[in-house]
Design a binder for this molecule. Structure first.
Ligand code: ACO
Length: 172
């Protein structure tokens, strides 16, 4: 099957609330919501490409997964899986309900990570454009993220532009 058509069907079958993502994934790859079974399916290993994950137990993961699932309007954790169904990319959209902008919604993109062996295949781009489309579909008036200077070029290629300055005070 033509891979761009496959990308379309993959999206509408797994994410019926998402509109068309003009990009396509490699054949057999799928963009979908995080599942409880992904704990043993390379999810935490993929996140380790991004940062320290810690020694997370199955119980802790299940607890967190259930918490996210109990607030489905806020937490939208997603993954991309390869042709074998293994998680190779991660991404989270958080939807914040605000008072300003007429009780508007702001989308926050977090924890974008692509397996080292899968980088350069446009998976990161697909993840970002899909989460941006999802935030638009969920009526966010904007979507924002923090990143290192070294990733600015990547996000610009995904259609975002620099705005403001990140400030932080770390506790650990
Ligand atoms: N700087 C500039 N351009 C980049 C970079 C970069 N760091 N990384 C990729 N690109 C370009 C690619 O060359 C490609 O350009 P092209 O369309 O002209 O060919 C385009 O961006 C799309 O690249 P992808 O193939 O989609 O990138 P990939 O799947 O490798 O994902 C990512 C990029 C997410 C940065 C990946 O390298 C990664 O996981 N890095 C480690 C973790 C990380 O830094 N995550 C982001 C944290 S910020 C956050 O979570 C909000």
């Amino acid at each position: 099957m033509n891979s761009s058509i496959l990308g379309f069907f993959t999206l509408i079958s797994s994410e019926s609330h998402l509109i068309w993502n003009k990009m396509s994934l490699p054949e057999g790859y799928e963009f979908r919501k995080l599942q409880a079974s992904d704990f043993t399916n390379n999810y935490t290993e993929t996140l380790k490409v991004l940062t320290t994950v810690g020694d997370i137990s199955q119980e802790q993961f299940t607890d967190l997964f259930n918490y996210w699932s109990s607030l489905p309007e806020i937490f939208h954790p997603h993954v991309i899986t390869d042709a074998n169904g293994v998680v190779v990319a991660t991404g989270m959209l958080l939807v914040e309900r605000k008072l300003i902008h007429s009780c508007g919604f702001v989308g926050h993109i977090e924890d974008i990570s692509v397996d080292k062996h899968q980088q350069g295949k446009k998976l990161g781009h697909f993840m970002i454009t899909s989460l941006v489309e999802l935030s638009k579909k969920l009526n966010c008036y904007k979507v924002i993220l923090d990143c290192d200077q070294s990733n600015v070029g990547f996000y610009e290629k995904c259609g975002l532009k620099p705005a403001g300055v990140e400030m932080t005070k770390r506790f650990i």
